[in-house]
Ligand binder design. Structure first.
Ligand code: SD4
Length: 329
């Protein structure tokens, strides 16, 4: 049969379109999956307060090189831990009422594995110690002398964390020695960080020297898995900052993740967790709490009791500082 050049071209075109249509066809399940993938805002890193802008940068470097979220959050918060200007995290953190800088930190990865240290002294990077607790021990949490011993045995150096600036602030505070732990709205520096990597996996980290001039031995929410931070790779993650006692009493980060599991957006979940504090803790107006949340699709949320909480979000749109919505207007 003689095939004209024209009909050959038309037939080839039809065949090509047909084969494209076949290979491009998706079943319903696949369609849902690819739609979700397309919607996902990833990679993404989210962290508390304006120092989050700087902390997000090393985290983003890990994420954009297709690195793991858990490595991103560890690297990210280490930036803040080493900053002597930050008076509530790591080096330069304000001491307790007796002049000791004591640190709390935790980390959680996409497998649900978690590591934490509390009441750790003289180590610049508590988050890296928490990571080792997670990766190298059968435990979740080490505290005080035992955490320090583990850090030294793991090769960390003993460092005096009390800077002149923090010492001066403590000496000034001692003149009145008001032991009441009041967290005012401007005086928060704890860094909590959540990340979603290119692979779609979530991790979180939180690190702090806690409430300034606290009682010696006081441990806050930040190293407690489920209070200061929680991640469930099927759902999302949350971190807290502010007066840890309120977060501990309501298990805020776990609560937010459970709210998201039940269908709430990260924003709704943060608002609902602040509402829980309002319902349960009568003196909540005296304190600031800020929550951040991130879900598996890369949607984010933030909410606080008072005005003044902000957070840094680094994604395809860049590294931006965003003011959170708040309860008490
Ligand atoms: C604590 N939640 O130790 C921490 C303090 C904090 O911003 O977040 N400050 O209670």
């Amino acid at each position: 049969m003689k095939v004209s050049r024209r009909s050959f071209i038309v037939k080839s075109l039809v065949a090509a379109i047909g084969s494209f249509a076949v290979s491009g066809r998706l079943n319903a399940k696949e369609n849902i999956r690819t739609t979700k993938q397309r919607l996902r805002n990833k990679p993404l890193v989210l962290s508390t307060w304006s120092h989050g802008i700087e902390a997000n940068k090393p985290a983003w470097d890990v994420l954009k090189a297709n690195g793991k979220a858990v490595d991103a959050v560890e690297k990210g918060v280490m930036q803040t831990e080493a900053d002597p200007e930050n008076t509530s995290v790591g080096l330069g953190g304000f001491p307790d009422r007796d002049g000791n800088v004591t640190l709390d930190a935790c980390i959680m990865d996409e497998t649900g594995n978690a590591g934490s240290i509390s009441f750790l002294q003289n180590i610049v990077h508590p988050i890296a110690v928490a990571r080792l607790v997670m990766d190298k021990t059968p435990h979740v949490m080490l505290s005080g002398k035992g955490a320090f011993q583990f850090a030294i045995e793991s090769g960390f150096e003993k460092t005096d964390l009390l800077t002149d600036k923090a010492k001066q602030a403590w000496e000034k505070w001692r003149l009145k020695a008001n032991y009441k732990p009041v967290i005012n709205i401007e005086n928060h520096d704890t860094i909590g960080m959540l990340a979603l990597d290119a692979n779609g996996d979530l991790s979180g980290a939180c690190t702090t020297s806690g409430v300034a001039f606290k009682m010696h031995g006081r441990v806050g929410d930040s190293p407690i898995i489920g209070a200061g931070m929680f991640v469930d790779n099927e759902v999302g993650g949350a971190v807290a900052t502010g007066m840890g006692e309120l977060v501990l009493k309501t298990l805020g980060s776990f609560l937010i993740v459970e709210f998201m599991r039940n269908g709430m957006s990260p924003q709704e979940a943060c608002e609902k967790a602040i509402d829980r504090i309002k319902q349960k803790l009568p003196d909540y107006e005296k304190f600031q709490i800020g929550y951040l949340a991130l879900n598996k699709q890369g949607e984010t949320g933030a909410y606080s009791i008072h005005k003044g909480f902000n957070y840094a979000q680094y994604d395809k749109k860049g590294n931006n500082l965003i003011d959170a919505e708040y309860l008490l207007k």
